[in-house]
Ligand binder design. Structure first.
Ligand SMILES: [Zn+2]
Length: 207
């Protein structure tokens, strides 16, 4: 499995971006030409970056955004709801003030993070598959939400106008957060954190 990194995501034409939907969902590309049909394996991790608007300063407290409302809308409209739906972690990275960029406080070492990730993967393999490959039923079984938790989650997704498809995607991320912590099953805090990673869906109202 490789990583596909698309910088300046909205600069790609919408038809190119839409083609990504099938391999993101199935891990395969289907090509049909006249009487021939071919399938090729295409399992990859999509990583993408974008600015909030064409000038890049929307929401930045230190720089004024120069874009008109319609420019911003056209820019953001290049990403379709179904494509965003397939991106599990959507995180805003605010511009850092210069003094923070040059600060010397060390973060967690990559080695420590690696150990945590390896342990989480091992837990997933013990369940039979990585969380990204779990089907709906196996995912529900692994999360073991009770009726109350399920109703709560459905209510929150509805209030945030997130799609029904987002339900399983949120569960999958919550289960991964729980695996990273070594917790027995996702708690409400994991679900809330997983929903928090769908910022773009909510911002653009495309859930
Ligand atoms: Zn702007």
């Amino acid at each position: 499995m490789g990583v596909l990194f698309l910088d300046e995501l909205p600069e790609f034409s919408r038809s190119v971006l839409e083609v990504l939907r099938q391999p993101l969902e199935t891990g395969e590309i289907h090509l049909s030409r006249a009487s021939h049909e071919r399938r090729y394996p295409a399992r990859f991790q999509l990583v993408a970056a974008m600015n909030p608007c064409p000038c890049g300063h929307l929401g930045d407290p230190r720089n004024r955004c120069q874009c008109t409302a319609s420019q911003i809308q056209r820019y953001q409209a290049r990403l379709s709801g179904p494509l965003l739906d397939r991106i599990d972690l959507q995180v805003e990275v605010p511009a850092l003030p210069p003094e923070q960029l040059t600060a010397q406080t060390p973060g967690e070492s990559s080695e420590a993070v690696r150990e945590r990730v390896m342990a989480a993967r091992e837990r997933q393999m013990e369940r039979g598959a990585l969380n990204s490959q779990l089907g709906g039923k196996a995912l529900e079984a692994a999360c073991a939400l009770d009726d109350e938790e399920r109703a709560w989650l459905a209510g929150v997704l509805e209030r945030l106008k997130l799609s029904a498809r987002a339900y399983h995607r949120v569960l999958r991320v919550a289960l991964t957060l729980c695996d990273l912590e070594g917790a027995p099953k996702p708690a409400q805090a994991h679900l809330i954190e997983a929903i928090g990673y769908r910022q773009l869906d909510r911002l653009l109202g495309k859930g």
